[in-house]
Ligand binder design. Sequence first.
Ligand SMILES: N[C@@H](CCC[C@H](N)C(=O)O)C(=O)O
Length: 297
Amino acid sequence: MTSAAPAPAQPLPPVAFLKGHGTENDFVIVPDPGNELRLPASAVAALCDRRAGIGGDGLLRVVRSSAHPEARSLAGEAEWFMDYRNADGSIAEMCGNGVRVFARYLQRAGLVDAGDLAVATRGGVKRVHIAEDGGITVAMGRALLPGDGVTVTVDGRDWPARNVNMGNPHAVAFVEDLDHAGDLCTAPPFTPASVYPDGVNVEFAVDRGPRHLAVRVHERGSGETRSCGTGACAVAVAAARRDGADPAVTGSPVTYRVDLPGGRLTVTEHPDGEIEMTGPAVIVAEGRIDHAWLEAL
Ligand SMILES: N[C@@H](CCC[C@H](N)C(=O)O)C(=O)O
C-alpha cells in the first residue's frame, strides 16, 4: 500500500501594513481585526527598525475590541482597539499622535466616517473627532499630577521636572533653550529614579510667546521623536499650573499652541480637567510585509 504524498506547504500570505504619521511621530500600522497575528517585542522592534525594517517610532495594531482580551470589556463603547507598541517593542498605555493616525487609518479604510468615533486604548476609551478640514481632535482625558517631580540633568545642567501622567508617565522641564536638552541620543538621567519605576517620557519646553511653547521630547521606548501627543498635553498642563491658568482654579479653559520639531499641536484644558488635543494625521504608504521574514524574526 502506498501512502499519499503530503500536501506541499502553502506559502503564508504576506501581512498588510501601512505607514503614517502625526506631526512626524511615525508609525507602522498593522491591520489585524481578528487578533490573529503574534507580534512579539522582537518583531515589533524589527518592523520599526529604520534600516532593516519599515521604520517607525512605534507600531499601531488595529484590532477589533471584541477580539482582544485587553479590550473586550470596552467593545460596547469602542469597536476598535489600538494595540500600541513603542519602537523597542515595549507596551505603553497611550499614544496621542498614534490615536489620531489610528483614526485616520479607520477612515481611509472605510471602517468609520468623518465625525465622531471612539477608540479603545490601554489608557481607556478615547473620543475622537475627525473634522472635514483634516484636523483630528482627541479627548485625552484628565491629567494626574502626582506630587513628586524629579531633577533632570543634561550636560551638567539641572532642572526640576514636573510629574504629569497622561495615562503614560511624563517629566516636564522648562528650560531656557531647547539646545540645552543636548543630543538626546540617550534617555536624560533623572533623580530620584524611584518616581518612575516603569520609565518616563521626558519633555524639555521653552516659551515662544503667550500660551505658546516649543518642545523637544525623549520618549520611553523610542528615543527622541519629532513629536509626542501625550507629551504636548503634559507640557500644556504643567505650563497652565506654572502660569496661574489652571482651569480648575480660574473656571476658564486654557489653550496652548505646542510646537514640536515635526509640527504643531493645539491643547485645550477645560475646567472639569478634560484635555483636548488637535493635530494632523497622515497615511503615507501601504504595502505587504514578507511573511517568511516576519516568521524568521
Ligand atoms: N508618541 C506618543 C507616546 C508613545 C508612548 C510613549 N513612548 C510611552 O512609552 O509612554 C504620543 O504621541 O503620545
